[in-house]
Write a protein that binds this ligand. Structure first.
Ligand SMILES: [Fe+2]
Length: 273
């Protein structure tokens, strides 16, 4: 595995490009629409999570910078998605992963000194939002490893954000991502059972905040790397999710016991270049 993949100067140029690209979505007074402000902040946190997971895997500084860049750029397609469709719902607008790939190909190719790094970043951006069963099976190992890392970093931030909102009752940052979800009300029948069978829940089948919390809990099965599972454990995600859900529910008890076992099991191996 090569150690130095992206220099810190190269990363700084990529980060500066991202800032200037997103500045293009500000209005005449310099203000970014609220939903895009939320995505910009999310991108920064996913970059930090990605770098932390990469460091936890023992990767060198250059590969950590690749991971940080992939985290920063993964949602770049959100900006055109929202400005063209006023929606973050892919099914009603566009696939924001694929759109992100297009943006990077159009506007950011010159920032990447190495074609392989760029290819890996494009792959992580394009596929970060796919359901696990819809991921391509024939990716080069190094591309797949980075993709799995970005997916982990993204999930950790969404879990943290959702938990913060559910605990504080402030859903302002999430209202454009889950506009049809009722904040009141219990679990929709069958949702906990489907999660307990290990099925990946889809947003379009969910109705209440409780359903979303169960979906997010199920993501523990999809956290690929041990450092991501450790971060989730350190932040008490499972316990916090369980506290927000109905207490007297044996299906949920069994689901969370199973998730706790997953959270402490060894994760996937990372293969760089
Ligand atoms: Fe995304």
């Amino acid at each position: 595995m090569a150690d130095t993949i992206l220099t810190l100067e190269e990363y700084a140029r990529i980060a500066a490009w991202f800032v200037s690209y997103t500045n293009g979505f500000r209005d005449g007074g310099g203000t970014l629409p609220g939903p895009l402000r939320f995505k910009l902040a999310h991108s920064g946190r996913v970059a930090s999570n990605a770098a932390r997971i990469a460091a936890g895997l023992g990767l060198g500084e250059g590969e950590c910078a690749v991971a940080r860049a992939a985290g920063l750029l993964h949602d770049v397609g959100r900006f055109r998605q929202f400005s063209c469709h006023a929606s973050f719902i892919d099914a009603r607008s566009l696939d924001h992963g694929l759109e992100g790939r297009r943006v990077l190909e159009e506007k950011a190719a010159g920032l990447f000194p190495d074609a392989v790094i760029f290819r890996r970043l494009l792959c992580a951006t394009e596929f970060h939002n796919r359901r696990p069963d819809a991921l391509p099976k024939d990716l080069p190992l190094a591309d797949n490893s980075l993709l799995l890392l970005v997916r982990d970093a993204d999930k950790v931030d969404i879990m943290e954000t959702l938990l913060g909102s559910a605990e504080s009752g402030d859903f302002r940052g999430l209202q454009d991502t889950i506009p049809d979800i009722k904040l009141e009300g219990g679990l929709t029948p069958g949702v906990a059972e489907a999660a307990a069978r290990g099925e990946t829940l889809s947003l379009k089948n969910l109705n209440t905040l409780a359903d979303i919390l169960v979906m997010v809990a199920g993501w523990f099965h999809d956290l690929n790397y041990a450092p991501a599972r450790r971060v989730a454990a350190e932040r008490g995600f499972l316990q916090r999710l369980r506290r927000l859900l109905p207490g007297d529910n044996p299906v949920l008890d069994a689901l969370f016991a199973d998730l706790a076992r997953t959270a402490s099991s060894p994760g996937a191996k990372y293969t760089g270049i």
